[in-house]
Design a protein around this ligand. Structure first.
Ligand SMILES: [Fe+2]
Length: 229
């Protein structure tokens, strides 16, 4: 179930999650830090099989919700790994007052992973402030919902038209129209994006869509061309 995506980074694909009748394939990532601890990004449902595979590669110490929309499975991971810290993105503490968070995700990487993972909150969006990560060792950028792609043949009826209009069914993952419209503060968004574009990235992972495995920097300039121009 775990797939090696690069050096010290794995992905696991989860069950589809239904949002407003749209069925999204979901993906999490796991990064192995140099102290053998694991950074769990956007966790999917924790099955016994997944747990066994995770335990085989390291110790779960960091459980990260990268934006305020991806929080469904935090509790069960925390229950399974009570010693791990749970990190809140902007807006999630208010939305999920039932979860006890250990730390917040800000503009600077946490001291727990500063040498190995960088992070940038993508500011200026009315839907959510997504925290975008960069894993140095594998040269991978991790986006959650700001870049998406849903296979068009998986969407029945009128929802296929809506998804197409939202730019989610193109040949490569793109920024859905609803997120583009929601960037009310484009200057703030551009400032965040400049930091992201400065990373020496080779690959891009996202929670929903086919990962980009080469030429990541050129891809990111294409995906955000509407914001840069
Ligand atoms: Fe999502």
């Amino acid at each position: 179930m775990l797939k090696e995506f690069g050096q010290q980074i794995w992905t696991a694909d989860g069950a589809e999650v239904a949002v407003a009748g749209f069925h999204y394939p979901t993906r999490m990532a796991i990064i192995g830090l140099s102290d053998d601890s694991l950074f769990i990004w956007s966790p999917i449902q924790l099955t016994d099989g997944l747990r066994a595979e995770v335990d085989a590669i390291g110790q779960v110490r960091h459980i990260v919700a990268p934006n305020s929309l991806h929080h469904l499975f935090l509790q069960e991971w925390k229950r399974a790994y009570p010693a791990a810290k749970v990190y809140a993105p902007p807006g999630l503490r208010r939305k999920r007052a039932d979860i006890i968070f250990d730390a917040d995700l800000g503009s600077a990487p946490s001291a727990d992973w500063i040498e190995e993972i960088d992070q940038v909150p993508m500011h200026g969006n009315l839907i959510t402030t997504e925290v975008v990560f960069f894993h140095v060792k594998s040269a991978t950028v991790l986006f959650t919902d700001l870049i998406q792609q849903i296979p068009a043949d998986r969407i029945p009826g009128w929802r296929a038209i809506v998804a197409k209009l939202d730019l989610m069914t193109g040949p490569e993952p793109s920024v859905p129209r609803k997120f583009r419209v929601a960037f009310a503060n484009r200057r703030a968004a551009r400032d965040s994006l400049q930091r992201i574009l400065a990373w020496p990235a080779e690959k891009v992972l996202m929670a929903h869509g086919t990962p980009i495995e080469e030429n990541a920097r050129a891809y990111l300039r294409r995906a955000f061309g509407w914001l840069i121009a």
